[in-house]
Design a protein around this ligand. Structure first.
Ligand code: SAM
Length: 289
């Protein structure tokens, strides 16, 4: 790809989104994926893996605030947090804003994503890789959760779509491993696609997670460059109460946490668990359960 070319996302057959490459910053095949980072006048710096948009400077805050502050404030006292994937560093940035965690473990399969996102997307990690609580592991997330002897209060699967190395992060082997290393009262969340266009992903995750967790659902937010409607985030725990905090409790925790948010607030938190009827119908159908 060169400067002033048009970059087309290849996630869906027959339709999609495109970006002008106003300035090409990096484009190489890493050990695992095709990694491109470029500047776009409308969205800032954009990073894509294997032809699929992973993150843009302009709208990443929505996704990263929702994938961190919802489980962390719902838990209320998470000491050990595990991030699977997250190579661009923004998930780590948002988790590190919380003072309660004593250890943040990040398991990313592709060292190239960490290296080149630190270099070309510095606003994403914003220095979070220097957090002394970080333990960075370059490994396949499935392998890690099935072999580690550590346990965690929160597991955040900040994975790609189920293509390439990300495919294994939507399997029963991965979910069983997460169940294995999640503490009592622990919470698992995962990026689970745009349900209007990738409904099977939600059904698949729902079906598999219910084999391991008592309370499985989704919450949602609309992120412009994950186009096609709301993105669903899988939620799994063994304590349904964790998903049902009242607004007063969340407001108290949010104020105490002093989080500088641009999307998350307690009302958004509680409202995000409301799901469209078409998704609820699909999840209730035989095979969806
Ligand atoms: N926010 C993005 C989204 O919603 O599509 C995901 C961002 S993040 C860049 C996705 C990360 O998952 C990438 O850095 C990729 O290298 C990593 N990844 C993919 N498969 C993995 C695996 N099996 N184990 C660990 N990390 C993985």
């Amino acid at each position: 790809m060169a400067q002033n070319e048009i970059w087309y996302e290849t996630l869906h057959a027959g339709f999609g989104q495109y970006f002008s490459i106003d300035k090409l910053l990096y484009h190489e095949k890493t050990a695992h994926q095709d990694l491109i980072i470029f500047e776009n006048a409308a969205l800032g710096r954009v990073m894509a893996l294997d032809g699929v948009v992973q993150t843009t400077e302009r709208d990443e805050f929505i996704y990263h605030e929702m994938m961190t502050h919802v489980p962390l404030l719902a838990h209320g006292n998470a000491k050990k947090v595990l991030i699977i994937g997250g190579g661009d560093g923004a998930m780590l940035r948002e988790v590190s804003r919380h003072h309660a965690p004593e250890q943040i473990t990040m398991v990313e399969i592709d060292a190239g994503v960490v290296t080149f996102c630190q270099q070309y997307l510095p606003k994403h990690s914003a220095g979070a890789y220097d957090d002394p609580r970080l333990q960075l592991v370059i490994e396949d997330g499935v392998q890690f959760v099935n072999q580690t002897d550590e346990t965690f209060d929160i597991i955040i699967s900040d994975c790609t779509d189920p293509i390439g190395p990300g495919e294994t992060l939507f399997t029963s082997a991965f979910y069983a491993g997460c169940k294995r290393c999640l503490n009592p009262n622990g919470i698992f969340v995962a990026q689970n696609g745009v349900c209007f266009l990738q409904q099977d992903e939600a059904i698949n995750s729902h079906q598999k997670l219910r084999q391991y967790f008592r309370d499985v659902s989704f919450y949602q937010a609309a992120i412009p460059t994950y186009y096609g409607g709301i993105m669903t985030f899988a939620w799994a725990s063994d304590n349904p109460a964790l998903r049902q905090h009242d607004l007063t409790t969340l407001q108290a925790r949010f104020i105490a946490a002093h989080l500088p948010c641009r999307y998350y607030n307690p009302a958004i938190h509680t409202g995000s668990f409301a799901l469209p009827q078409y998704l609820l119908n699909a999840l209730a159908e035989p095979g969806g359960e």
